[in-house]
Design a protein. Structure first.
Length: 527
């Protein structure tokens, strides 16, 4: 430990600009976490019930005793379970998320330095994570972990190729770090198979061995890496008739809101607009240019990074433009490209080291990367604070307490905002109205057959919120009609529609939080 501290001090002495920028970045990350203390993002909070259940030995479960593939970041939910094991609960999960945000910054720095061979250029480029990753990471999304793994993929891939060149042979032991990273990526974000495919293609193209032999080794590595994801998603397919209920729910939501189509594909300009807007454009453009020029500057050494980087970036643009538009959070879905773009931008900046204008180039680059990033992080945290989504709101503690006071063991609660599961009694099952955690509503969504859905699963309680007015498949269903009738006549206590009786049990007595579909009324359903 003392030796490692000494090495850091020596590094800071030799690279004062890089050290100062890195420390500043870490402090800004901590500031972002501090600004979000006590505040939540609803989607990120869905990981917490999975984490708590995993800490109790109930892995991959949302309702106790029932498998669920509603967590897209399977590995992330297991990591968040660690503080729950030791009794630190939500505060511990926040601390872990903040540490991974910091690790994302450091990982991006290391990957960019390996490619650019300049600590200063790498430190400047790594500031890009402040405006793109930090907010989402400290809000407890899987963002910090996915950026770390993306950075590791660059470093591990380069080390592996170097070893192959030096030893003149390809072996699976040398591939172990790469295989482990390939295996982890789809369990953090399923879309990151783009990184795996692009990485494998680039390594295969530049492996210093006969093509057939290299292909065999890479294929075996991919097969080994695929085992964990195949087991998880395959079990979900057998158990729930879908690879992932979360992905299934998101795909249906995209189909509802997508207005442009090209044959079987969606059409969205979100990804392009994001990349050419602040803060992305200040690293996206130089990053792509740097990636393209790497092969020319050091052909034997960095051609593989050029191929990998451009394939990965193009893959994400295609995904988010034509296949699965990110809608309001496109920037979060682009995060796996951050270390790649930072490495390209650092390589481009590093070309100015031999020039007298090097200090000027660094200063301009710092302003171009840091200021838009800081501005974006400030705006995001300011919005989160103004929205004021606190624990009571995001987990809907008041209505949960009301349900618990009335529910019997084995009762089912229907809700759209499923993160409230965290504080709901284990003996009450939560039925997801959009199917994100269980997929049960999926067969009824296309034709909006919500009455048949209710009669099939017979939830006793329903937490009504504004989502029945905003999601197309819920409009003009029995649920929207009942909520409409309640809003027209708040004093009315009983409603009958489609042969179902809804009895009003509670209404909201506090204002709705901004940008959150909090509960408005609680009903008991009779069949």
């Amino acid at each position: 430990m003392v030796a490692r501290a000494g090495q850091l001090v020596e590094w800071a002495r030799r690279c004062p600009v890089a050290a100062a920028l890195t420390v500043a970045g870490l402090l800004v990350t901590a500031w972002g976490a501090y600004r979000l203390r006590g505040l939540y993002v609803g989607d990120a909070a869905v990981y917490l019930p999975y984490a708590e259940n995993a800490a109790e030995g109930n892995f991959f479960q949302f309702n106790e005793g029932e498998f669920s593939s509603g967590s897209t970041g399977v590995l992330w939910s297991l990591i968040l379970a660690i503080p729950f094991v030791f009794g630190f609960d939500i505060d511990g999960a926040r601390a872990v998320a903040t540490l991974f945000a910091m690790a994302g910054l450091v990982g991006t720095l290391l990957a960019a330095e390996r490619v650019s061979r300049s600590w200063t250029a790498a430190a400047v480029a790594s500031l890009f994570v402040l405006g793109t990753m930090v907010f989402y990471a400290v809000a407890m999304y899987e963002s910090g972990l996915i950026v770390v793994l993306s950075a590791v993929l660059l470093i591990a891939g380069d080390r592996m190729l170097q070893s192959w060149r030096e030893r003149g042979e390809i072996d699976l032991r040398t591939m172990a770090p790469v295989i482990a990273t390939w295996a982890a990526l789809p369990l953090v974000r399923p879309d990151s198979v783009i990184l795996v495919g692009a990485h494998a293609a680039a390594l295969l193209a530049f492996a210093p061995a006969p093509r057939g032999r290299a292909l065999a080794k890479v294929a075996v590595g991919l097969a080994i890496a695929a085992i964990p994801a195949a087991a998880y998603f395959g079990y979900s397919l057998v158990e729930l008739d879908t690879f992932s209920t979360s992905s299934q729910g998101r795909t249906f939501a995209l189909q509802e809101v997508s207005e442009e189509w090209i044959g079987p594909l969606y059409k969205s300009d979100d990804a392009i607009q994001e990349l050419f807007g602040s803060p992305w454009i200040f690293v996206f453009v130089p990053g792509v240019a740097g990636l393209a020029l790497l092969a020319r500057w050091a052909r034997d050494r960095w051609q593989w990074v050029t191929v990998y980087g451009l394939l990965a970036v193009a893959g994400y643009i295609a995904l988010l433009t034509f296949i699965a538009p990110g809608l309001s959070d496109t920037d979060r879905y682009l995060l796996p490209t951050v270390p790649i773009l930072a490495a390209g931008a650092a390589a481009l900046l590093a070309r100015a080291r031999a020039s007298r204008l090097w200090p000027v180039a660094v200063a301009v680059a710092v302003l171009a990367v840091a200021l838009p990033s800081l501005d974006e992080l400030r705006d995001l945290t300011r919005f989160a604070r103004s929205a004021g989504i606190k624990e009571h709101e995001v987990f809907e503690r008041d209505v949960v307490q009301r349900v618990e006071s009335l529910a019997e063991r084995g009762d089912v609660l229907l809700a759209y905002e499923v993160q409230l599961r965290l504080f709901l009694r284990d003996d009450i099952d939560l039925l997801s109205l959009d199917g994100i955690t269980d997929g049960k509503v999926a067969p009824y969504q296309d034709d909006s057959e919500l009455t048949a859905f209710l009669e099939r699963y017979r939830p006793r309680f329903w937490i009504a919120d504004r989502n029945v007015h905003t999601r197309p498949y819920l409009r003009d269903t029995v649920l929207e009609r009942v909520l409409d009738a309640h809003e027209r006549d708040p004093e009315r206590m009983s409603f009958v529609d489609d042969g179902l009786r809804f009895r009003l049990l509670a209404v909201r007595d506090r204002p709705l939080a901004r940008a959150f579909g909090g509960w408005e009324a609680l009903f008991e359903i009779s069949y």
